[in-house]
Ligand binder design. Structure first.
Ligand code: PDD
Length: 293
């Protein structure tokens, strides 16, 4: 079945969705994006993702092309059009539009390009949740505005490929001796039963999953603290966790070939994984089911 996508106000088959080569996303990577997980047809934390999208747009001075209600409407329609995938990952991208190549902004009459597609959401398998994954570290070579979810991802692409070249799942980045995040995930650690999360700043993306995990810690009496995590604390941690909309919460059990903790997902990760799955179910139950489901 051909996948339906949204492009500049129209719903159309993926194969028919094309943009001019002078789109500033293509020429400069001049745009922002979001990835929203959808479980059983229900977008998860949609308003939070749309708020972060609005922040990213504001930060790069693109006017938000749709109202909150319009975003919700378009995304829900796309999700239900593509409901042959049970769980979906909705990708939203906005660029500064099509204009002759010039670094400076085009005239304000140039409309942003808005593209949304839905892909199957492949959350980690039970085997992966139980085994955990390996990771490497690298210097954080990115720019100083990592809190913007920008489509210009060259550094992340190179860093992720380093992980692939080493046969591991993720590259954890270090800046000035401190953990920032993964190439496409946030990273938290556990030290003597306490969960530690690096503070949100311009060196990391404010993760929606990171927020959910800290909220679940708060609601369930799990001790946690938001504080800078030095490289030595990262390497000595009892547990290292990766969070993202597509990977949820996953254990990193090996870092640069050294075993993390016992080399298996730790007790707090297992507890948080269960809380996260339960939270997802509760959120889904709270939604009004789509007709026919
Ligand atoms: N990536 N940090 C970076 C650099 C990311 O790219 C992502 C997400 C995260 C986690 O954020 P969230 O919990 O809101 O998904 C942190 C998405 C999934 C991607 O680029 O595909």
């Amino acid at each position: 079945m051909s996948e339906t996508v949204y492009l500049n106000g129209s719903f159309l088959p993926l194969e028919q969705a094309t943009i001019p080569v002078l789109d500033r996303g293509f020429i400069f990577g001049d745009g922002v994006y979001e990835v929203v997980p959808v479980y059983s047809g229900q977008p998860f934390r949609l308003d939070e993702h749309l708020a972060r999208l609005a922040n990213s747009l504001e930060a790069i001075r693109i006017r938000n092309p749709l109202s909150l209600a319009e975003w919700q409407g378009v995304i829900n329609r796309l999700v239900h059009t593509n409901d042959h995938f049970s769980d979906q990952s909705v990708y939203i991208q906005i660029t500064r539009g099509v204009a002759p190549r010039n670094q400076a902004f085009p005239p304000s009459s140039v409309a942003p390009t808005v593209f949304i597609m839905s892909m199957p959401l492949d959350t980690p398998t039970q085997a992966l949740v139980q085994s955990g994954v390996s990771a490497i570290t690298a210097l954080d070579i990115r720019w100083q505005r990592c809190n913007i979810k920008a489509i210009s991802l060259l550094a992340n692409v190179l860093l992720r490929q380093e992980a692939v070249d080493h046969g591991v799942a993720e590259t954890l980045m270090l800046r000035d001796g401190y953990l920032t995040e993964g190439s496409s995930s946030n990273i938290l650690i556990v030290e003597q039963g306490k969960l530690l999360a690096p503070p949100k700043n311009e060196h990391m993306l404010p993760g929606i999953t990171y927020d959910v995990v800290l909220e679940l810690a708060e609601a369930n009496g799990i001790a946690y603290s938001v504080e800078p995590i030095s490289e030595s604390r990262l390497r000595a941690a009892d547990e290292v966790w990766l969070t993202s909309s597509t990977k949820e919460v996953l254990a990193i059990v090996s870092l640069d070939n050294a075993v993390v903790g016992t080399g298996k997902p730790g007790p707090l990760l297992k507890r948080m994984y269960a809380l996260y799955q339960e939270f997802k179910k509760q959120v889904m139950r709270r939604q009004v089911p789509h007709h026919g489901q």
